[in-house]
Design a protein around this ligand. Structure first.
Ligand code: HEM
Ligand SMILES: *[C@@H]1O[C@H](CO)[C@@H](O)[C@H](O)[C@H]1NC(C)=O
Ligand SMILES: *[C@@H]1O[C@H](CO)[C@@H](O)[C@H](O)[C@H]1NC(C)=O
Ligand SMILES: *[C@@H]1O[C@H](CO)[C@@H](O)[C@H](O)[C@H]1NC(C)=O
Ligand SMILES: *[C@@H]1O[C@H](CO)[C@@H](O)[C@H](O)[C@H]1NC(C)=O
Ligand SMILES: *[C@@H]1O[C@H](CO)[C@@H](O)[C@H](O)[C@H]1NC(C)=O
Ligand SMILES: *[C@@H]1O[C@H](CO)[C@@H](O)[C@H](O)[C@H]1NC(C)=O
Ligand SMILES: *[C@@H]1O[C@H](CO)[C@@H](O)[C@H](O)[C@H]1NC(C)=O
Ligand SMILES: CC(=O)N[C@H]1CO[C@H](CO)[C@@H](O)[C@@H]1O
Length: 350
């Protein structure tokens, strides 16, 4: 009896391990060159350095979590998850940062990533890429606001160049897009309808500026918008060019949960791209399933963000590990004069 109950406990513990959210992550295929233990020897504390710091940052201002999560999305969708979005413009051309969709990325998100990179470098040297730091910080933004925890495959390298403004505009999706456009743009990145709905669920945290949704208020009110919400939004944004912001998830604006989908079912989604997911028959049932089952949403979100987080990654000897996330190493006088070449950096990782 005692033995069998011990055995039962063991089985329960084992199945908890097997079915924990971490393993939802680890069951997913990973891109060649990435690994679940990439910095195990070269920077074993990288994840705790980042998480401990972000815990403090988000305690002071939880909104920064949304800014960081969105930065990961913009990094990955434009030219791959290569830290390109972090580069400041150079004399050679306008950067990804200054392209129109990036105007509303939070300046603090860039500062937070640079600060994390400095902290990681002071413990480990220049071994962890800025793109990996963004991916880990985005995971922590999700987890520390109430969302699922998941493992992040690591080993991304940073790009030597930023994307053009045109590539930025072409790859990102406008908030005025309908579901057809959302599905088409995400399919181009091998993200299917389930992924599209799950990833849109990131809008369960964060804010938006009037310009992102006044297309639904003026000149004509979108008939799929709840009247009370429309009235409130018209007060916040009396005209199309008001520089004000509003929470995206009216129920629990700072918590990563499934209420965004409850909003959609109540015609309280903020953007056309959000609300149309419930209008369109191809995605309506997915929205409903997430609204009634948060565990299901979390599970599908982890699958989708892991796919997103591995789009066109640079690995091996491609790209570099930036010493300053805002500049490539050859543009960074300090780094290029004192740090050894990339070959020896690579060797030190194994
Ligand atoms: C379906 C395609 C998407 C569209 C059309 C879209 C559009 C937007 C827009 C227009 C904003 C507000 C910008 C502003 O007015 O300040 C925003 C904010 C945000 N987006 Fe998305 N987005 C999409 C997908 C995603 C994905 C995949 C993620 C992350 C996984 C994400 C995370 C966020 C977050 C967290 C914010 C809040 C940022 C903050 O508070 O600073 N979005 N998005
Ligand atoms: C979250 O996942 C990470 C990566 O697998 C792991 O190191 C960490 O211990 C987990 N944290 C919690 C609180 O579950
Ligand atoms: C960028 O897009 C604009 C408008 O579509 C076009 O006129 C311009 O030639 C493009 N520039 C480049 C460098 O492709
Ligand atoms: C979606 O938007 C595109 C471009 O504006 C338009 O051509 C198409 O008819 C729209 N589709 C639906 C189903 O509304
Ligand atoms: C989307 O892709 C996942 C695998 O990443 C798969 O499990 C799921 O069934 C797909 N969903 C749809 C609607 O095709
Ligand atoms: C809009 O407001 C933000 C602060 O909320 C400010 O940083 C920005 O300069 C303003 N932009 C314009 C065009 O007034
Ligand atoms: C919710 O989704 C989870 C994960 O897919 C599943 O195991 C569970 O049975 C679902 N719960 C209900 C009440 O359907
Ligand atoms: C990082 O690079 C940016 C862009 O070149 C520069 O403005 C900034 O001063 C650099 N930061 C440090 C700490 O060197
Ligand atoms: C956060 C950030 O870097 N924003 C940039 C967006 O583009 C404008 C215009 O180029 C820059 O001034 C901002 O610094």
């Amino acid at each position: 009896m005692a033995l069998s109950s011990k055995f039962f406990t063991l089985v329960v513990l084992l199945s908890l391990l097997v079915f924990s959210p971490l393993d939802v992550a680890k069951a997913q295929p990973i891109a060649a060159g990435l690994s679940w233990s990439f910095y195990a020897r070269s920077c074993p504390n990288v994840e705790s350095i980042i998480r401990n710091r972000l815990q403090r940052v988000f305690r002071d201002d939880v909104g920064q979590a949304a800014g960081i999560l969105r930065l990961h999305f913009h990094d990955c969708f434009v030219q791959g998850c290569d830290g390109s979005v972090l580069l400041d413009g150079s004399a050679s051309g306008p950067s990804e940062k200054s392209a129109i969709p990036n105007l509303t990325l939070r300046p603090q998100a860039f500062a937070i990533i640079n600060d994390l990179s400095r902290r990681v470098q002071s413990e480990c040297g220049r071994v962890v890429s800025c793109s990996d730091i963004v991916a880990l910080a985005a995971r922590d933004a999700v987890f520390l606001t109430g969302g699922p925890n998941y493992s992040v495959p690591l080993g991304r390298r940073d790009s030597l160049n930023f994307a053009t403004q045109n590539a930025t505009i072409d790859n990102l999706v406008a908030p005025t897009a309908n579901t057809t456009i959302v599905l088409t743009k995400l399919a181009a990145k091998n993200l299917n309808a389930t992924d599209a709905v799950a990833l849109s669920g990131a809008h369960t945290i964060g804010i938006a500026h009037c310009a992102s949704f006044t297309n639904r208020l003026y000149p004509n009110q979108d008939p799929t918008m709840d009247q009370t919400l429309a009235n409130n939004l018209k007060t916040i944004c009396p005209s199309t060019n008001t520089n004000a912001t509003t929470n995206m998830d009216i129920r629990t604006p700072n918590v990563f949960d499934n209420r965004y989908f409850v909003d959609l079912m109540n015609r309280q989604g903020l953007f056309t791209s959000d609300q149309d997911l419930y209008t369109d028959s191809r995605t309506r049932e997915i929205v409903r399933s997430f609204a009634v089952n948060q565990t299901l949403f979390f599970e599908k979100f982890v699958v989708a963000i892991l796919k997103m987080g591995q789009l066109n990654v640079l690995t091996g000897n491609s790209g570099e590990v930036r010493g300053n996330c805002s500049a490539k190493n050859s543009n960074n006088l300090y780094i290029s004069s004192v740090v050894e070449d990339e070959g020896s950096m690579q060797a030190s990782q194994f």
